[in-house]
Design a protein around this ligand. Structure first.
Ligand code: N01
Length: 551
């Protein structure tokens, strides 16, 4: 079995179980709980020493979720809801990680998980109809089903800038922030990247450092979070609306672009402007992205939102040249992930912060103590990479996954990911991806997206048990048609017009394919497929049953 992961001496317990779940973030934890409740033997494997997934790793200063905390929680458990009380409108990384730990302990899940264990490969053995899972430890596990709950934002992207290995100061990546406190006091710090992570980290590092140099390649749209402590009234209002919220999840439609987007009228500019003003004062990104049904579809509507944010930047940033460099242009509003910040633009009014516009002066090299652009030399004590992720497919392709007839996932996805419903892949029987490409995945509320996939898989496994079925796998036609549909939906919107990580363009050599599903009615479609006797799937008779019949 080919694997590039280095083996460690300590052995993993060589279990044979019904289900192996890879990843102990919110998706993996719920999968372990739900499938154990359904009577399956389950084992979890997690590369980190703790639960939490992306919230374990992304502990950079200012890390905070941009989905309101009351909603960024498990929706399936009234008990967990009753026993946990969020403190802020938008929860910080530490509080979200505490919530993941609380859920793991409350549900008694830790004993099911091998921590500090990175999966290297998974190979489907056709004879036994089992996945053979190898890790960076000796020994292996076998399981009937393999669930990849590895997350859409788990593999950090560190660009290969000439000389980076020569840098003698401290180097950090926002997605691999150290456990121990990092002090920037008295230091000259450089940060590369102004996506959601950079935009959150920059104001915090600026407060701590002697000097902060921000290296920006593409300016981003960002709206204020207006984070604040939650009040009793907030909690009551959430509780009062809970049934309606849960029902709305059931009807699905957490996709971003409703069918009405294509027929809606273009509202007058002053009506839009007034509405954006209100949303700006309220804070948060959700309102903006739904401000008008066609905001992510109609270029004229979208341009007003873009103008509005640019105007706010000009009003906030005192130096006109810096304001101009911070103003996004040339791509639509909201189709790269809309950033949510606290004092981001205002930070550029600080005397210790300098913006370097890489469009004018690209980075030429990094040396032992500096970053050199085309025209300047910046001496630095520390360098922070806020350069994002090999998103959506990165963590899946980091594992050497081999299906029927030696098919590799890497080859199968060489021209972009191909899945049926973002849950299953042809030639890879009994493999499920939680929030995989071709599902809403990273769009909307990822926790509820994960929950839906786990529930779907649980029901599917129950169906297989009921009917004594050995394998499930999508048909070639169904998978191809789903891929076409995912692309067609995206192409009707403005999303493909920006070079975002949704399209994989941030990773050199990655095919330019729009990976999330942004149509409405995903859950309805999944339900209809199940109701139509799992249309588009082929089930194999269990090998045990075949053997018994032959004897
Ligand atoms: O990553 P990004 P992120 N030279 O890919 C720049 C979620 N998240 O970690 O745009 C110079 O968005 C790159 O420039 P460009 C959220 O879904 C959520 O910030 O490619 N610059 C860009 O500015 C988010 O979208 C939350 O030109 C280089 C930046 O690095 C996702 O994670 C918080 C470069 C990368 O931005 C990813 O966000 C944080 C190079 N060679 C993250 N290479 C919240 O919930 C890359 N860049 C609030």
């Amino acid at each position: 079995m080919a694997t590039s992961v280095q083996k460690r001496a300590s052995a993993v317990e060589a279990v044979d179980c019904d289900v192996v779940v890879v990843g102990a973030g919110f998706g993996g934890l719920y999968a372990l709980h739900k499938l154990r409740e359904s009577g399956w033997s389950v084992r979890g494997l997690e590369a980190a020493p703790d639960v939490g997934g992306t919230w374990y790793w992304n502990r950079y200063p200012g890390a905070r979720c941009d989905v309101p905390s009351l909603f960024y929680s498990y929706s399936w458990s009234p008990e967990l809801r009753r026993e946990w009380r969020w403190t802020n409108r938008y929860a910080g990384q530490e509080e979200i990680l505490s919530y993941a730990r609380f859920a793991a302990d409350r549900l008694d899940l830790r004993k099911l998980i091998d921590f500090d264990t990175r999966v290297a490969s998974a190979t489907f053995d056709e004879k036994s109809e089992r996945w053979i899972v190898e890790t960076d430890r000796s020994g292996h596990l076998t399981a009937r089903f393999l669930i990849m709950a590895t997350g859409g934002l788990s593999v950090p992207n560190t660009p290969d800038i000439p000389g980076v290995a020569d840098f003698q100061g401290a180097i950090y990546h926002t997605a691999r922030w150290p456990q121990e406190p990092v002090s920037f006091e008295g230091k000259k710090v450089g940060i590369i990247g102004t996506g959601s992570s950079g935009i959150q980290a920059i104001p915090m590092i600026a407060q701590a450092a002697k000097q902060l140099v921000v290296f920006q390649r593409t300016p981003n749209f960002s709206v204020p979070a207006r984070n604040r402590p939650l009040t009793d009234e907030d909690h009551k209002s959430f509780d009062d609306g809970l049934d309606a919220y849960l029902a709305s999840l059931e009807q699905s439609d957490f996709g971003r672009v409703p069918p009405t987007a294509f027929t809606a009228e273009v509202p007058p500019r002053d009506v839009q402007w007034k509405h954006y003003e209100k949303l700006w004062n309220e804070g948060g990104s959700g309102g903006f992205l739904k401000a008008f049904p066609n905001i992510l579809v109609h270029p004229d509507v979208n341009e007003v939102a873009a103008d509005f944010v640019r105007q706010k930047i000009r009003e906030t940033v005192k130096d006109p040249k810096t304001a101009a460099a911070l103003s996004p242009s040339g791509y639509p509003f909201g189709v790269k992930r809309l950033c949510v910040d606290t004092d981001y633009f205002d930070t550029y009014n600080r005397p210790n912060v300098e913006l370097v516009n890489l469009r004018d002066e690209p980075i030429e090299k990094i040396t032992a103590h500096a970053v050199d652009t085309k025209s300047r030399h910046f001496e630095l004590d520390a360098l922070v990479f806020a350069t994002g992720f090999d998103a959506v497919t990165g963590a899946l392709l980091a594992v050497d996954i081999r299906g029927r007839n030696g098919a590799t996932l890497k080859d199968a996805w060489s021209e972009g990911p191909k899945t049926y419903l973002g849950l299953t892949v042809k030639d890879f029987p009994n493999l499920f991806t939680i929030t995989g490409p071709g599902s809403p995945s990273v769009i909307g509320n990822v926790i509820t997206n994960c929950e839906y996939h786990v529930d779907w898989i649980d029901a599917c496994l129950a169906h297989m048990r009921r009917h004594d079925l050995g394998t499930i796998e999508p048909d070639a036609e169904a998978q191809a048609a789903w891929g076409v549909h995912v692309t067609e939906v995206a192409d009707r919107t403005l999303f493909p017009k920006a070079n975002s990580w949704y399209l994989g363009v941030n990773i050199p050599g990655k095919p330019r394919v729009f990976m999330p599903y942004i149509g409405e009615g995903y859950r309805t479609t999944c339900k209809e497929i199940v109701a139509d006797n799992y249309r588009g799937f082929t089930f194999g008779v269990s090998a045990d049953r075949e053997r018994a019949a032959a004897e």
